[in-house]
Design a protein around this ligand. Structure first.
Ligand SMILES: [Zn+2]
Length: 289
């Protein structure tokens, strides 16, 4: 059994902010078609996922949050502004989390109880974030990802879901992202951005060996039926335009196979949302395979 999630964010907002484009907070032009494609694919596969919603994307696209709820998916939280947790103080993180919760509750009518940090950014030095999550009513975190690409990452104590001892205010569970501990090294097999570089059979083999309840994550832009283009405002400088082209080319290369690999995974594994697994495990089910 695998846990399926979507980090629900607007690629255009994020890339425009990175390029310091003036129009960055505006709603991106592609999230609707990306979300439509993603929701259709999940319906086709007859699976429900957890959508970790980014507050600023939700405010730009309230109708898409509603569409996700109506299709019966779980609503989780991806923070508000997509700034790395380890660059914030505990107070700043608490304020960002509260802003996200309030936006998500207002737009979805649901209280999120699961959290995924932007870019898996709860590092070894920012473990205080788990206390903040528990204080604000979260019951699980899905941010630990033992990928060599993440600097100073928090290494999960176990590859299967487990309660974090750190949280004092209620029990906060950790649901690590799928990583295959192969003899030749660690292979991150949970993210669609990694699937692009691997034969599908290798992804499937890795997932079979990734422990119990390993987590998968996708982004809406990885399901975009059209090539991604950054729409910069008129008057952007040459550097911004070159960077925009490079970012779009990288993303277009990384996302080509996401839908087909997910179909192959759904063919062989049962996919469930995180909240369903949390309900079973916190009621005492055995987390081992
Ligand atoms: Zn994200």
């Amino acid at each position: 059994m695998l846990l399926l999630s979507v980090d629900f964010e607007d690629w255009h907002q994020l890339v425009r902010r990175r390029l310091r484009a003036d129009n960055w907070p505006e709603p991106g032009p592609a999230l609707k078609r990306q979300t439509d494609a993603l929701l259709s694919l999940l319906d086709e596969l007859d699976v429900k996922a957890t959508f970790f919603i980014l507050g600023m994307a939700a405010r730009a696209h309230p109708e898409l949050v509603q569409a996700v709820v109506e299709r019966g998916h779980e609503i989780g939280c991806h923070g508000d502004s997509h700034l790395p947790v380890h660059t914030q103080t505990a107070a700043e993180f608490a304020a960002d989390l509260k802003a996200a919760r309030q936006t998500i509750e207002r737009l979805s009518g649901r209280q999120p109880v699961g959290y995924r940090a932007p870019a898996f950014s709860i590092t070894r030095e920012s473990g205080w974030a788990y206390e903040v999550l528990a204080e604000q009513g979260f019951v699980y975190d899905a941010s630990q990802h033992d990928s060599p690409r993440i600097r100073d990452r928090a290494i999960p104590a176990r590859s299967s879901p487990h309660p974090l001892e750190r949280a004092s205010n209620g029990t906060l569970w950790e649901f690590p992202v799928a990583v295959w501990q192969a003899r030749f090294g660690r292979v991150p097999v949970g993210g669609a951005s990694y699937w692009a570089a691997m034969p599908t059979e290798l992804v499937l083999r890795g997932l079979r060996r990734a422990g119990s309840y390993p987590g998968l994550y996708l982004h809406p832009h990885e399901l975009d039926p059209e090539p991604l283009r950054v729409n910069l405002p008129a008057g952007s400088n040459l550097g911004q335009r070159v960077h925009a082209e490079v970012r779009a080319a990288q993303r277009n290369a990384a996302r080509r196979r996401a839908a087909d690999v997910l179909r192959a995974i759904a063919d062989r594994f049962e996919l469930i949302p995180y909240g369903e697994a949390h309900a079973k495990l916190s009621a005492g089910a055995d987390p081992r395979p």
